[in-house]
Design a protein around this ligand. Structure first.
Ligand code: NAD
Length: 280
């Protein structure tokens, strides 16, 4: 493969625009030994959204690219090697199934997927798609995951773990995909199952905190891109591991890196730790 041809899903969205800018910024540079470059092949969104019919570059706030944002998904995917998809769960499941048919790279940043959605995405990876799915594509959060796992293992359940996140007022799912990733890392460090050891949405007469639970709290407001803190609260001491995203470029650059990496991998389901080479 000489150049990775990318279809941008949800091109009219906040992350869609960031992904367009990141692919354009990366194009022309030699990014991987087997791939000489990366380019925007197409951009699409849902019918009826403002972005349809607009130039993808102009819409993303950069120079015109001569790629018109379409609502014809099949036409957009024709000839594409990869899809960068930060959209909505139902769209990501359908795109994973389409990626399986064509053996495409599918980068899934969408959060809020149900267990059923995740199962369908894994099945698509088993049927030929090269999928990288992560609740957070930034280098910093993926490093933080490792630190949280280590801290949870060392500190044990005498320390209460609480995960606090804040995002902008347009976000539709809670807790964030990143908070859940960090919760999984803490649960792994402790050797417990997150599903049976988490406390979400406390309200009213909740009773005392259950020892061993991993707590989640979600704040929403303004234009906050994403802030996460994992708090280990012990007897008379507290450790806090924090990540703050200043802009969406960190996720988009990670998605581009993942697409280039996945293009050289066999079909399967991967996460960002695989891409960055620190999975265990
Ligand atoms: P957004 O609402 O600004 O954009 C989503 C876009 O997807 C919209 O333009 C929408 O019309 C489009 N879309 C929805 N269904 C579609 C379909 N069937 N076909 C084509 N397009 C469709 O939201 P956003 O802030 O860009 O976030 C998008 C997703 O990415 C959310 O799930 C968010 O939590 C997630 N996110 C993930 C990361 C990460 O690193 N994994 C980082 C930031 C955001």
């Amino acid at each position: 493969m000489t150049e990775l041809k990318v279809a941008i899903a949800g091109a009219g969205g906040r992350m869609g625009a960031a992904n367009i800018r990141a692919v354009v910024a990366a194009s022309g540079t030699k990014l991987h030994s087997a791939i000489s470059g990366i380019a925007i092949h197409s951009a699409f969104d849902r019918p009826g959204t403002d972005a349809i019919g607009k130039d993808a570059g102009t819409y993303a706030g950069i120079e015109p690219l001569g790629v018109i944002i379409t609502d014809d998904i099949e036409a957009a995917l024709r000839g594409a090697d990869a899809i960068i998809d930060f959209t909505a769960p139902a769209a990501s499941v359908a795109l994973a199934q389409r990626a399986a048919k064509g053996g495409l790279v599918h980068i899934v940043g969408t959060t809020g997927c149900s267990a059923e959605d995740d199962k369908a995405i894994a099945a698509a990876a088993g049927a030929g798609a090269r999928i990288v799915k992560a609740g957070n594509f930034s280098l910093g959060v993926n490093l933080l995951q490792g630190l949280v796992k280590k801290a949870a293992a060392v500190l044990g359940d005498d320390f209460d773990i609480e995960i606090l996140e804040m995002h902008h007022n347009k976000k539709v799912d809670a807790p964030s995909g990143t908070a859940l990733m960090l919760g999984q890392a803490a649960a792994k460090g402790r050797g417990v199952d997150l599903d049976t050891h988490s406390a979400r949405g406390r309200d009213g007469l909740t009773g005392a905190r259950k020892k061993g639970d991993i707590g989640f709290a979600a704040l929403r407001g303004g234009t906050v891109i994403g802030e996460h803190a994992v708090i280990f609260a012990g007897d008379a001491e507290r450790i806090e591991l924090t990540h703050r995203a200043d802009n969406r470029t960190i996720f988009a650059n990670g998605a581009v890196r993942a697409a280039l990496w996945a293009a050289t991998q066999p079909a399967g389901l991967y996460d960002m730790a695989d891409v960055l080479g620190f999975s265990d």
